[in-house]
Design a protein around this ligand. Structure first.
Ligand code: PEP
Ligand code: MG
Length: 767
């Protein structure tokens, strides 16, 4: 239909410019309501729209509510609510895609909301506001005339929504926190001594003062203190020196724990400390008479606003660095004022959401434990926290995000409990328990070189390695090789794809340190919820079913080839180098990926570079689609590694990171057990090695079954090796076979559970 456009066209560049100004204002003076209202007015003005409304997403009810409007009845603010998926706005947020309707009522998604009284507005354009897959809300413009918005308006509004996204997210958070003050719904402070149950993502124990991490939020709210006004310029200089020394000490300690990334973590910090427009500007303000704390806040806020207004996510992420640095200086400034030396910050962090790169920074900061409250987690966050041995708990209790700074918190991430300001007798009991546990651990660390069942069947144990710093432990605990090296981390912690030259020394070190033993390197397994911050890929409605893992690398050949070349070069001279592809879904996909390895070998040979010309090439078995084609796959693949984490997720359609559906994540489901059995039998038939490397591999309850169906190679996080070896030595293979047959003959979860809980079996297997 021809568009009856009567309004004059405006350049949307002006809109972006104004948005930038507005974001700066939010950091400075505006209240949240004013900010949202002004943003709506600005967008309406620029798009010559009669209405502009901002909807925010309320996670607790999975609803969108009208948070600000110009053009609709102001009374409707807070009143109009809809489920995600409901109406045009709900549909847009559900799919994370813009919707543009010439006549709203004719849209198949149209739904009338009485409170909005919007029937006279015909043209309707809505774009989602989101950060990656995280929903924030929607931005809507309406006009009385039909067909008023076109492609350029969609682009303009999308750009505005991405510009406003972070600020609106901050605004939403502040609104949620303020809701307690307004009385709806009331969030009461958590009384001392409260115990909160939580899901365990990484085991451990921690007792430390809490600090709440508000990603990209307003500058960390260190409570103003009356003593701040006595601070001097000299105190500031001492604080800067102390900060510099602290960062240097952290950096060198960190280099031991995370050689992959040590130089990257504090790059921004060091740069800012030296930067004249940061530290220098603070000094100038102080010389003009501004108190040090205020000068520090002012300059940091200015930088925060500047970074937040960047269209690039990886630049906006730098806000965390500025905040971290500023808080460090502030703490040191107070200490300098009191004549104290700076000290490290052993803390428990409460956060709504974290990326793997955040975990690295927290480790650098000597964080003792992490509680994720209300948000989700990603598989890589929990894998990384396990590798770094930082306890990580997950809970729905968002009120933990309101805990006053420095509230003592005890995390029992063995049992899944958080104690807020616990009485001393509880703390004492935990300390004693922890001491006993570590003594027992030291005793059990006397591992034998080889592992066998009670009746003498040889079983091989290898290590899953995520970080190079885990290799010494793997060797000490006699890992017979690396069954899975996850290559994601060097990719996740950088601000751009690592080059061949950057990847090479990392993989080389792995081969050198495990010399003579098999080393299995898995190619990049990102995409889905394993997000690379610098990859400006459009959000996917179903990331777990999207362009992830091998699909991602096959469609980004340059990245894939770069990695394969680095692996092949690093493996030059290695005795048993293995390349493994994740998330393979078909025979064709495996052959296509393998061809990339062959082509890289040809290239390297033409370039006369040293490389491994006979790597074993295998695959992860993570998708149920492989079960039926295992025989054919075994004709071409050199080996298989079963990734039960994803196998269970895809077999049962249960998001492995969503603890709201964790009761459906049943590794003992008959389809899972029978699938595993068929995979192992097919591999055995063709004489191909099959290992297991998902979490199931170290779970005691599953061990007799896995041995019973024929698994003889387990790959687990190094810390599980001693316990796994001991458990295997108590199991007789003939009994394990009998037990596996019993489980495979049952089709109901309940019956399988009954057998697993049967005392007879438990006693036989020492469970
Ligand atoms: C798995 O899926 O079991 C696996 C080992 O891979 P990841 O946990 O890295 O997805
Ligand atoms: Mg997997």
């Amino acid at each position: 239909m021809a568009k009856k456009r009567t309004r004059k066209k405006r350049s949307h560049i002006h809109l972006l410019y104004d948005m930038n100004e507005l974001t700066n204002l939010l950091v400075g003076t505006l209240t949240v309501d004013d900010f949202l209202k002004q943003a709506a007015e600005m967008v309406a003005r620029h798009l010559d729209a009669h209405v502009c409304s901002i909807y925010l997403y309320d996670e607790s009810s999975d609803e969108l509510y009208l948070a600000a409007t110009t053009g609709l009845d102001p009374e409707a603010v807070g009143q109009v609510r809809m489920k995600v998926g409901d109406g045009i706005v709900g549909h847009c947020v559900d799919r994370l895609k813009p919707v543009c309707e010439g006549v709203a009522e004719k849209s198949p998604y149209f739904k009338y909301f009485r409170a909005a009284r919007e029937d006279r507005f015909k043209s309707f354009l809505v774009v989602p506001i989101h950060r990656g897959p995280v929903r924030i809300g929607a931005l809507v413009v309406q006009h009385e005339e039909p067909d008023m918005f076109d492609e350029s308006d969609i682009m303009g509004l999308l750009a505005a929504s991405s510009q406003l996204g972070t600020s609106i997210e901050n605004a939403r958070m502040i609104m949620e926190m303020n809701r307690s003050a307004d009385g709806v719904p009331e969030v009461r402070p958590i009384p001392p001594g409260t115990m909160i149950r939580a899901g365990i993502a990484s085991e451990g124990y921690a007792y430390a003062p809490a600090t709440v991490l508000r990603k990209g939020g307003p500058l960390h709210p260190l409570e103003p203190s009356p003593d701040d006004e006595f601070l001097t310029l000299e105190d500031f200089h001492r604080a800067m020196e102390a900060t510099f020394e602290q960062l240097q000490a952290l950096q060198s300690g960190f280099a031991r724990r995370l050689p992959e990334s040590a130089s990257l973590i504090f790059a921004t910090h060091f740069m800012m400390l030296k930067d004249d427009s940061f530290a220098g500007q603070m000094v100038r303000l102080m010389k003009d008479g501004m108190p040090p704390m205020q000068a520090l806040r002012q300059v940091s806020s200015h930088y925060t606003a500047l970074l937040l207004s960047s269209p690039h996510e990886y630049i906006r992420e730098k806000v965390n660095d500025i905040e971290d640095l500023s808080v460090r200086i502030m703490r040191n400034l107070r200490k300098a004022g009191q004549g104290e030396a700076a000290s490290g910050q052993k803390r428990i962090v409460m956060a709504e959401q974290l990326y793997p790169s955040d975990i690295l920074k927290l480790v650098a900061d000597d964080v003792q434990g992490i509680v994720l409250a209300g948000g989700g987690t990603t598989a890589h966050v929990s894998i990384l926290s396990k590798s770094l041995q930082i306890p990580l708990l997950m809970t729905d209790r968002r009120d933990l995000l309101l805990l006053p700074e420095d509230t003592p918190v005890l995390m029992d991430a063995y049992m899944g409990a958080i104690y807020v300001d616990p009485p001393q007798k509880i703390v004492k009991r935990f300390r004693e328990r922890e001491k006993t546990r570590s003594i027992a651990l030291q005793r059990s660390a006397g591992v034998a070189d080889e592992t066998a069942t009670r009746d003498g069947a040889r079983v091989r144990l290898m290590a899953n390695v995520n970080l190079l710093s885990e290799i010494p432990l793997a060797r000490k605990l006699k890992a017979e090789g690396v069954g899975l090296y996850r290559t994601e981390f060097p990719f996740l912690i950088r601000t751009a794809f690592p080059s061949e030259a950057e990847q090479l020394p990392i993989y080389r070190r792995l081969f050198e340190e495990m010399k003579g033993r098999p080393v299995t390197i898995r190619t990049l397994d990102v995409g889905g919820e394993k997000v690379l911050p610098y990859l400006d890929a459009p959000p996917e409605p179903n990331p777990e079913l999207g362009l992830r893992s091998i699909r991602f690398t096959l469609s980004h050949r340059d990245i894939f080839t770069t990695q394969i070349r680095a692996i092949l070069r690093a493996a030059a001279g290695a005795r048993d180098a293995r390349i493994m592809f994740p998330m393979i879904s078909s025979l064709d996909e495996f052959l296509e990926a393998r061809q990339v390895v062959f082509s890289a070998m040809e290239e390297l040979s033409e370039e006369k570079l040293d490389f491994c010309d006979r790597p074993s090439i295998g695959m992860m078995v993570e998708l149920p689609s492989l079960v039926d084609i295992m025989d054919e796959l075994a004709d071409v693949a050199d080996f298989f590694a079963i990734g039960t984490n994803d196998f269970v997720q895809y077999m049962l359609a249960v998001d492995r990171t969503n603890h709201r559906v964790s009761q459906y994540y049943a590794s003992h489901h008959p389809a899972v057990l029978r699938g595993l059995d068929r995979i192992v039998r097919a591999a055995d038939r063709k004489g191909k090695e099959v290992s297991i490397c998902g979490e199931m591999a170290h779970e005691k309850a599953h061990l007799p079954f896995l041995l019973g169906i024929g698994i003889r190679l387990f790959s687990v996080n190094p810390q599980f090796l001693p316990q796994l070896q001991e458990s295997i030595s108590r199991i007789s293979l003939s009994e394990a076979r009998e037990y596996a047959d019993a489980l495979l003959s049952r089709s109901s979860l309940k019956r399988i559970q009954e057998i697993m809980a049967d005392r007879k079996w438990k006693e036989r297997f020492g469970l």
